[in-house]
Design a protein around this ligand. Sequence first.
Ligand code: AMP
Ligand code: DBH
Length: 573
Amino acid sequence: MTPPDGFTPYPAEFAERYRAAGYWRGETFGRMLRERAAAHGERTAVVDPGGHSAAATERRWTYAELDRRADRMAAGLLARGIRAGDRVVVQLPNAAEFFEVVFALFRIGVLPVFALPAHRYTEIGYFCSFTGAVAYVVPAVEGGFDYRELASRVRAENPALRLVLVAGEDPGEHVRLADVPCDVACDVTNSLTSDAPGGGTGGGTGPLPREPEPGDVAFLQLSGGSTGVPKLIPRTHDDYIYSLRGSVELCAQDADSVYLCVLPVAHNFPLSSPGSLGTLYAGGRVVLCPQPNPEKAFPLIEREGVTITGLVPPLALLWLDAAERGARGFESLEVLLVGGAKFSAEAARRVRPVLGCTLQQVFGMAEGLVNYTRLDDPEELITTTQGRPISPDDEVRVVDDQDRDLPDGATGHLLTRGPYTIRGYWNAPEHNANSFTADGFYRTGDLVRRTPTGHLVVEGRAKDQINRGGEKVAAEEIENHLLAHPAVHDAAVVAMPDPYLGERTCAYVVLRAEHREQPPKGVELKRFVRQRGLADYKVPDRVEFVEAFPATGIGKVSKKDLRAAIAASLTAG
Ligand code: AMP
Ligand code: DBH
């Protein structure tokens, strides 16, 4: 397949090296599922306890069933005119349908765009228009929010968006996802092994189904970002499957592993580190957790014999506290991964005594590089570092502001290049010029230091982003929304410390002169941002009005001073 526009391929010499080293083995997601179904078809692949709008009751799908469902869904999507190379925005809760849909899309070479349930009109509208998505997959009503209405609104503004699929009984004006699958009239199975025509089930035009190549882009993942609009991350079958294989090995997963997916299923961490896809790669079982609280999760862990899960730090704290108060059910857990934001050493030290399992810190990014502490690392490294890279060929540089390499122990900017780290964001040449060095290193925006053992310790961040308990907020994106308010002259969004989330967002606002007599209240500005259709976690936690911003030596807004000011005023009480 011709790579979609805007995909920056790995340079040929690197691709050859990664193949020769055995990292890229020519696997694709479509074949991976087929092979697992052949090897252990009757074993359970996915458990969905239900209780969400896609299904009220429990479903347990074997590998054979998931494989068959993916084929039927793929055939149904082809029958509705969706074709290789198209993009489909997928926004589903932790429901079994997620796997049915994404494996169907993988099989026919259609790129899922992984939206999160928290995303709203602004984000979804952008994903749809920027990617020219032809379809959008949603639940009906989840967490009190009607995704069908959101879909109607987005569809009205995006002529390319032909199809909205709703997981659940009542699709409203859209199409029930459950009505899409059809018997494999156009032989998707054959199309996976040949280029032969066979897509004759009508509906739509365009290329016939053909087997995706291992080097093709498999999906678009989202970046937490630090710019005005989110950036999209193209990941190939080859590179992502390598990161899964590496993760599975480092997390000691096998066919007996039971992974509890607590975080939103489409996020890169629970998807791939080792996550649900790693677990399926290993032939294990994925259990979907509808809500992350211990009251939901612990009984599910007990019932399903969960061995491994992944949490962001605030949830890990919540689980630790519950266990200390006497909650039970987690005893089968062997490995607890914590990542997405820095986990304090203090909390990290509680994991083994309180939960009786091994902590594995993970410092990863949807752009690629993933670091893990090793299961047999000394406790001191497990509790005080964020791990070391998966691959011997992950190149890690720690540099100063002039890109000069720093010695071990010194804190600097983390740059990385390797067999599963992208060479460019999707369709973003200007961002790419800033986010990558000329020789292809990704500028992570993280400040780290390296220990003599090669482990990385995250010391801070140079990117203009707030990490709200693992949920990333790009300051510029929120500033742009605040600037749209008629009373706002200027806005600067910074992180403020928070004992539970690590950081929350504080918006500093300078009002227009004519609004200073009767200033709007902070809550009004928050409501304004929310009403513009933004994910809830991006709405500023606090708004501070000032007459002017502190400036740096060359006259830029000094966010450093603003961060210090809000931290000091919080400490002062
Ligand atoms: P994204 O690029 O949106 O996938 O977010 C990845 C970013 O999350 C990293 O660049 C870090 O800033 C942050 N992050 C992920 N894991 C950790 C961790 N264990 N400790 C500190 N920061 C982390
Ligand atoms: O925060 C992240 O994006 C993240 C954290 C841990 C990630 O992408 C990952 C592991 O793969």
